[in-house]
Design a binder for this molecule. Structure first.
Ligand code: PEP
Ligand code: MG
Length: 827
C-alpha cells in the first residue's frame, strides 16, 4: 500500500482551528484505512505534550508511540490551508502533514519536507497548488522516483550556472568537498550542485557526499541571489584547482599498489605462526604486542523528554564537539602539517551540515530522545553513504561515524575511551577513525592492523604520513586474536603474523634493523653518481615545480632538473602569469641550479589539467584534445609570453626548453620558428629545444623527429596511456596503465635507437624512471638520463650502482621480448 495517495489530501480546506485541521487529517487517514479512528485522539494528545510545528508553514501532527497499535499501515494525510491556521506560539500552519508511522518509514518524507522548507518556493508551491498529484509526487516515497522532486515539478530558476565534468580520480570525497563548502559559504547566494536531477546544497557537506559524485559525472553548479555569478565562478575555480592534488594522490596510491604487487616479503616466519593477509596500506615491517582498540560502542536508550530541552541539549553537544575539533585541528597542524589537520576541518563541516541537524531535530519532534534521534539520523546517513557504488565514497562513512560518536559521547555524558599504551604495540581494530589514529601515543604504536577499511581511507593516508606500517582489510579473524601476544606486521605486503615465536621475533627485529641501516646508507650515498659496476653512468635528475623543490631535490641527490612542470604556475589563480612574473620564476630556478641541467617544459594545459580563466571549450575527450603544444600553437599569446620569459631568464643560467604533447613534424618546425622569433625579440642566448616523447606517433617516427630536436624526454605516463588506450586516472583501469608493458618499452627502444643515429640526447621523465626495475631497464635500453621525484633519487642511484651495464642491457632485451608487464616484472 502507498504511504501517500490523493485520497488523503484535502486541498484548500476550510478549517477554523488547529484541532479541526488535525481531526480532518485523522479522518482522511481513518477513511483510507491507514488507522483505527482511535488514533485521532492520539494525534490530539501529542499536541498537548509537544509542538509539532516544523517551520515555514508546515506542521507534522503525529500520534503517541504507545498508540502505534492503532496504525494498520504507515500513511500520511495532507491538509492544505491556504490562509493558514493558528498553531502554537503565534505560528501559522498552511500545510498540515499528519503522519501515522508504524516505525520510521516516514523519515524520508520528513527529509523531503525539510529540504523543501529550505527553499522559498518549495512549500509555497504545495500550499497553492490545485493538483493533489503534485503533492503526492513531491512527498511520496516511491523508490522509482528520483530522491528529490523532479525539476519540472519544482522550478528553481537560477541566476548563474556552470557545468563541470568531474575529473577527481577518487570522486568527491570529504577533503575536496570541504573546500567546496568553504568557498560556497563565502557567498550569500543559494548554491546548488546538481548531478542529473539530484541536487545538494553546496554549503552542506553530507548532502554533497550523498550525491555520490564520481569521476566522469557531469555536475552543474547553479546559484541564485545577489552574488550568483561570482559564487558560481569562485566555486568552479575551487573545484578545478583541486584537480591537481586529487590526481597526485591517486597516482601515489596507484604506484603504491603496483609496488606492493611486486614486493616479495623481506621476512617471513620460519616457525609456526598464523598469517592473516589484508591489503598493504603503509609500508614497513614492525613487531609488537597485540592491543585491541575496541572503538566506541554506545548503547543508547530512547528517552524522550521535553522537546525544547532535548533540542537544546543536541545543539550544545554539537557546539562542544565543533570546538573540540577546532582545537584538534590546530594541534594537528603544528604536529603533522596542514593537510593532516584538514581532516578535522572536514569533520567540522560534516557537523555543520544543517540537513543532518534538522533531521535529528525532526526525529526529536517525533517523540524521541536526543541521543536516540542523533544516532538514528546518523545511522541512516552512514548507511546511505555505505550503499554508494563507489567504495571510496562509501569509506567516508567512517568519518561521519567518527564525528557522530563524538556528539553521542557528549549527549550521553561519557568520555571517549583513550587507549593507554606502555610498550611497543600493534594496534588491532575493526576500523580506526582519523581522530583515534591521531590521538594515539606514537611512542608505543609500532603498526596498525585493521580488519576493515581500505588503502585510501584517511587512516591509511595518516599511517603513511606518520611512517607507521599498516595493513587494512585483514578480515574479522584478526579481531579474535588474543591480546598481549607478540605479532609482526608487514605493511609492504599486507600481512599480519600472529603468535610469532621468540626466535622469529628476533629474526624480524634483525631485518628491521637492517632496513633501518639500509635507509641510512642510502641517505649517505645519495650524492654518488649512478655508475654501474662496469663504469656506465646515467644522469639522475628530478621533476619539480618550483625553485624550492629544486633545492630540496639537489639536497636529496639529484644532479639536475629533467622536468620543470610550468603549468603549476598557471593553476589556482584568476589570470595567467605575465612575462615579468614568469621571468622571475625561471630566473630563480636557473640561479638555484647554479649551472646544473635545467629542462623547463612549456605549459602543458588541457587533458587532465584545466585552467578556468583560459575559457577553453569543453571537450568530450580532453586527453585527445587541445593539449600541451597543440594549445600553445593556437594560443600564441601564452606561447610568446612564456618563451620571452624563458629566453630572458637564460641570461642567468643554462635552460633547455621542452615542448609537451608534440605529435606532428610540422608542430616542432613551427615551434622552433616561434622560439627563434621570441629569442630575437628579447635578445637571449640560443637554447637547446627538445620535445617530450609521449604520443606513440613520435616514438614510431623518432628517426624523423631526431634531426629536428636537440633532445627527447620520454613521458612514460602519457606514452603508456596512449599506447595501451587506458586513461591514466581511470579508477578501475589505472592499474593496467603499466609502463613496464613491452609495447611501451618497445617504443622507448625505438626512440633511443633513432636518437643514437643522430647523436640526440634521450631522457625519461615519466613515472617509470623512478621505479627501481624501470630505471634498470631504461638504463639498459641506453637512455642518457632518468628524471624522477626527489624521494626516489637515492634508491634508484643505489640500485644502478649495484649492477653492471652488460647485465641490464640483457635484462632490457629480455623485457622487450616479454608478452606482458607481469612477465617483465618477473624477470
Ligand atoms: C608524462 O606524461 O610521463 C609526463 C612526465 O608528463 P605529465 O605527467 O606531466 O603529463
Ligand atoms: Mg605528460
Amino acid at each position: 500500500m502507498e504511504t501517500i495517495t490523493t485520497a488523503c489530501i484535502a486541498l484548500n480546506a476550510s478549517v477554523q482551528s488547529k484541532e479541526e485541521a488535525i481531526r480532518l487529517a485523522g479522518r482522511l487517514l481513518a477513511d483510507a484505512g491507514y488507522i483505527d479512528p482511535g488514533y485521532i485522539a492520539s494525534l490530539e494528545k501529542r499536541e498537548e505534550v509537544a509542538n509539532t510545528f516544523l517551520g515555514a508553514g508546515v506542521a507534522i501532527p503525529h500520534g503517541m508511540i504507545e498508540d502505534r497499535h492503532l496504525i494498520h499501515h504507515t500513511g500520511v494525510a495532507v491538509v492544505q490551508v491556504r490562509d493558514g491556521v493558528a498553531w502554537k506560539d503565534g505560528e501559522h500552519a498552511k500545510l498540515i502533514v499528519a503522519i501515522a508511522a508504524q516505525s520510521d518509514e516516514h523519515i524520508t518524507l520528513l527529509r523531503r519536507l525539510t529540504r523543501l522548507m529550505q527553499r522559498p518556493d518549495g512549500i509555497d508551491m504545495l500550499v497553492t497548488t490545485d493538483d493533489a498529484e503534485l503533492i503526492v509526487s513531491t512527498l511520496a516515497d516511491t523508490p522509482a522516483q528520483p530522491p528529490f522532486p523532479a525539476p519540472e515539478a519544482l522550478a528553481w530558476p537560477s541566476d548563474a550556472e556552470q557545468s563541470w565534468s568531474v575529473d577527481y580520480p577518487n570522486g568527491l570525497h570529504a577533503r575536496p568537498a570541504t573546500r567546496w563548502v568553504e568557498t560556497a559559504k563565502r557567498f550569500a547566494s543559494e548554491i546548488r550542485i546538481y548531478k542529473g536531477h539530484e541536487f545538494a546544497d553546496a554549503k552542506a557537506l553530507t548532502g554533497l557526499l550523498s550525491l555520490g559524485v564520481t569521476r566522469g559525472d557531469e555536475i552543474r553548479i547553479a546559484a541564485r541571489g545577489s552574488e550568483a555569478r561570482r559564487a558560481v565562478e569562485a566555486l568552479l575555480e575551487t573545484i578545478q584547482s583541486l584537480s591537481a592534488d586529487e590526481r597526485a594522490d591517486a597516482e601515489r596510491a596507484r604506484r603504491n599498489a603496483l609496488a606492493s604487487r611486486r614486493e616479495a616479503p623481506e621476512w617471513t616466519p620460519a616457525g609456526e605462526a598464523q598469517t592473516l593477509y589484508g591489503l598493504p596500506a603503509s609500508p614497513g615491517l614492525a613487531t609488537g604486542i597485540l592491543v585491541h582498540h575496541a572503538g566506541h560502542r554506545f548503547d543508547v536508550e530512547d528517552q524522550p523528554g521535553d522537546v525544547v530541552r532535548d533540542g537544546e541539549a543536541l545543539e550544545a553537544a554539537v557546539l562542544a564537539v565543533a570546538a573540540e575539533l577546532e582545537k584538534l585541528e590546530a594541534e594537528t597542524k603544528v604536529r603533522l602539517g596542514a593537510s593532516e589537520a584538514a581532516i578535522f576541518a572536514a569533520h567540522r563541516e560534516l557537523l555543520a551540515d544543517a540537513d543532518l541537524l534538522r533531521q535529528a531535530v525532526v526525529t526529536i519532534l517525533h517523540g524521541h530522545g536526543p541521543a536516540w534521534a542523533w544516532k538514528k539520523t546518523l545511522g541512516t546517513r552512514i548507511e546511505a553513504l555505505q550503499k554508494l557504488k563507489d567504495p571510496l565514497l562509501a569509506a567516508r562513512a567512517t568519518d561521519l561515524r567518527d564525528v557522530g560518536d563524538r556528539v553521542l559521547a557528549k549527549l550521553l555524558g561519557v568520555e571517549r575511551q583513550q587507549l593507554v599504551l606502555t610498550a611497543p604495540s600493534i594496534l588491532v581494530a575493526e576500523d580506526l577513525t582519523p581522530s583515534d589514529t591521531l590521538q594515539l601515543d606514537m611512542r608505543y604504536v609500532a603498526a596498525l592492523a585493521i580488519s576493515g577499511g581500505g588503502p585510501t581511507s584517511h587512516t591509511a593516508i595518516l599511517a603513511r604520513t606518520l611512517g607507521l606500517p599498516a595493513v587494512v582489510a585483514a578480515g574479522t579473524a584478526l579481531l579474535a586474536a588474543p591480546a598481549g601476544r607478540p605479532a609482526v606486521v608487514d605493511g609492504s605486503v599486507g600481512a599480519v603474523y600472529l603468535d610469532v615465536s621468540a626466535n622469529d621475533l628476533n629474526g624480524a627485529e634483525a631485518v628491521i634493523a637492517k632496513q633501518h641501516a639500509a635507509r641510512e646508507a642510502l641517505r649517505e650515498s645519495r650524492h654518488l653518481p649512478a655508475t654501474t659496476l662496469d663504469g656506465h653512468t646515467v644522469e639522475i635528475a628530478a621533476n619539480v615545480a618550483n625553485a624550492a623543490q629544486a633545492a630540496s631535490a639537489i639536497e636529496a641527490g639529484a644532479e639536475g632538473v629533467g622536468l620543470m612542470r610550468t603549468e603549476f604556475l598557471f593553476l589556482e589563480r584568476d589570470s595567467a602569469p605575465g612575462e615579468e612574473e614568469q621571468y622571475r620564476v625561471y630566473r630563480e630556478m636557473a640561479e638555484t641550479m647554479a649551472g646544473r641541467t635545467l629542462i623547463i617544459r612549456t605549459l602543458d594545459i588541457g587533458g587532465d589539467k584545466q585552467v578556468p580563466y583560459l575559457n577553453l571549450p569543453h571537450e568530450e575527450n580532453p586527453f585527445l584534445g587541445v593539449r600541451g603544444a597543440r594549445l600553445l600553437l593556437t594560443r600564441q599569446d601564452l606561447l610568446y609570453t612564456q618563451l620571452r620569459a624563458l629566453y630572458r631568464a637564460a641570461a642567468h643560467g643554462p635552460i633547455k626548453i621542452m615542448f609537451p604533447m608534440v605529435t606532428h613534424i610540422a608542430e616542432i618546425e613551427a615551434l622552433r620558428e616561434h622560439c627563434e622569433r621570441a629569442r630575437e625579440q628579447v635578445g637571449g642566448p640560443k637554447l637547446a629545444i627538445g620535445i617530450m616523447v609521449e604520443v606513440p606517433a613520435v616514438a614510431v617516427m623518432a628517426d624523423r623527429f631526431a634531426p629536428l630536436v636537440d633532445f627527447f624526454s620520454v613521458g612514460t605516463n602519457d606514452l603508456t596511456q596512449y599506447t595501451l588506450a587506458v586513461d591514466r586516472q581511470h579508477p578501475e583501469l589505472a592499474a593496467q596503465a603499466d609502463s613496464l608493458h613491452p609495447a611501451v618499452l618497445g617504443l622507448i627502444a625505438n626512440t633511443v635507437a633513432a636518437a643514437k643515429k643522430y647523436g640526440t640526447w634521450v631522457g625519461v621523465c615519466g613515472g617509470l624512471a623512478g621505479d627501481p626495475l624501470g630505471a634498470r631497464i631504461l638504463t639498459g635500453l641506453g637512455v642518457d638520463e632518468l628524471s624522477m621525484s626527489a624521494q626516489d633519487v637515492a634508491a634508484v642511484k643505489a640500485e644502478l650502482r649495484k649492477t653492471s651495464f652488460a647485465e641490464i642491457q640483457a635484462l632490457a632485451r629480455r623485457a622487450l621480448a616479454a608478452r606482458n608487464a607481469d612477465e617483465v616484472r618477473s624477470l
